[in-house]
Design a protein around this ligand. Structure first.
Ligand code: MG
Length: 389
């Protein structure tokens, strides 16, 4: 039996992971759970999985939850804040931590889990973008596995298998293209509802907006470069609207390996949690005659500026990807909150990037500083945009 902690258990990935775990029989024990503020869902998860410890963001919620646990006689330790996340990431008997929190807030607990020798199932791509090389180095030192939960990276991981990394010619990172790939709607006029209507994947809000700007694919290219130690110029993005091929790897001899399935996050989640085993199929099996056609197109770097920005930031390296990701987080939140228009997301990110003086350091605190700096810059730019309205 594998003991698991889930960081971000009320989010889309966390909920699907628990759903998969509940379908398996005594193969996993859920030891730790964390949510930001959805304590009603956390209560249901406590009742169902009986973890040893949980964490929420605020002390107020933690007090409320502790009272509820006492009344219901659940012997659960309740923690809160950043410290709480770190506690859930490092529970003694835990073998694997699934990190599915959104944003750079995931970096600290991730490092904490690696330090404590836990294997990682990683859905939190922002932490890899922020300080990926340091994370992978630390994981190597500690001898822990970092298994991708992102569907594309799960595909690449499976396509590479036991091949020698030197045989990789290039990675073909597939993208559905999001809701606006074929649309000629002016980006200024795109509403939050338009952007949240993803054609093939059901996901959380932040990643759905990132998929609409294609920043998600930019973040994923950086994520792939770090996870598989492949330079950015060997990572090509390919628009594939059916989302059936989840990515491909081309080898030196011209062979191309692809991983296919219906688009359902359950599969990459269960593969990471169960690795190296393959468990039963809980998703709709792929029927290729039903799919009938698979299409591929080149991405439009001019229309989707976030793609350009991400490749440039990755090439610059150092603290630049962290700055890009942090300012994007702020811009996306402001778009969802109705403060800025859709076309302003790349504008905010690019403006912050232009102001940043890159630091190349092995000191993790520099990446946290860059993240904070970028957030403040992005907030100021957004305030100016609002004042000019
Ligand atoms: Mg993905």
């Amino acid at each position: 039996m594998k003991n698991i902690s889930i960081l971000g258990s009320s989010g889309s990935i966390g909920v699907q992971a628990l759903d998969f775990i509940s379908k398996t029989k005594k193969e996993f024990k859920v030891c730790g759970l964390s949510v930001n503020s959805n304590i009603e869902l956390l209560k249901k998860q406590i009742a169902k999985f009986n973890p040893v410890a949980v964490s929420v963001f605020s002390k107020e919620d933690a007090d409320k939850l502790q009272k509820w646990c006492n009344e219901k006689k659940y012997k659960v330790k309740v923690f809160f804040g950043k410290e709480g996340l770190n506690k859930i990431a490092s529970i003694k008997q835990v073998d694997m931590v699934l990190s599915s929190v959104v944003g750079s807030v995931g970096l600290e607990p991730l490092l904490c889990a690696i330090d404590s020798g836990k294997d990682i199932a990683l859905a939190n791509k922002e932490s890899l973008v922020m300080a990926g090389r340091l994370i992978m180095q630390k994981a190597k030192e500690k001898g822990v596995a970092v298994l991708p939960v992102d569907s594309e990276h799960s595909a690449i991981f499976q396509c590479i298998g036991k091949e020698n990394k030197k045989s990789i010619k290039r990675i073909l990172l597939t993208a559905s293209g999001g809701p606006f790939y074929k649309s000629d709607k002016n980006f200024k006029d795109i509403t939050v509802e338009d952007a949240l209507a993803h054609p093939t994947w059901k996901m959380g809000k932040k990643i759905t907006i990132d998929s609409a700007t294609l920043m998600n694919k930019g973040l994923e290219a950086i994520e792939a470069s770090v996870l598989f130690d492949v330079p950015m110029d060997k990572i090509d993005i390919l628009i594939h609207p059916q989302s059936v091929i989840h990515s491909m790897v081309e080898f030196n001899d011209g062979c191309v390996m692809a991983q296919l399935s219906n688009p359902d996050m359950t599969l990459p989640i269960q593969y990471a949690l169960s690795y190296p085993e393959r468990k039963n199929c809980y998703i709709k099996r792929l029927n290729l005659t039903e799919v009938a056609k698979l299409e591929f197109f080149k991405p439009d770097f001019k229309k989707f500026k976030c793609l350009q920005i991400a490749y440039k930031a990755a090439k610059t390296g150092g603290t630049m990807p962290a700055v890009m990701s942090a300012s994007n987080e702020v811009a996306v939140k402001s778009f969802i909150d109705g403060k800025i228009k859709f076309d302003m997301i790349p504008y905010v990110v690019e403006t912050v990037i232009k102001k940043h003086k890159v630091i190349k350091s092995k000191n993790i605190s520099k990446y946290f500083e860059a993240d904070l700096w970028a957030r403040k810059q992005a907030e100021n730019i957004i305030k100016n945009i609002e004042e000019c309205k």
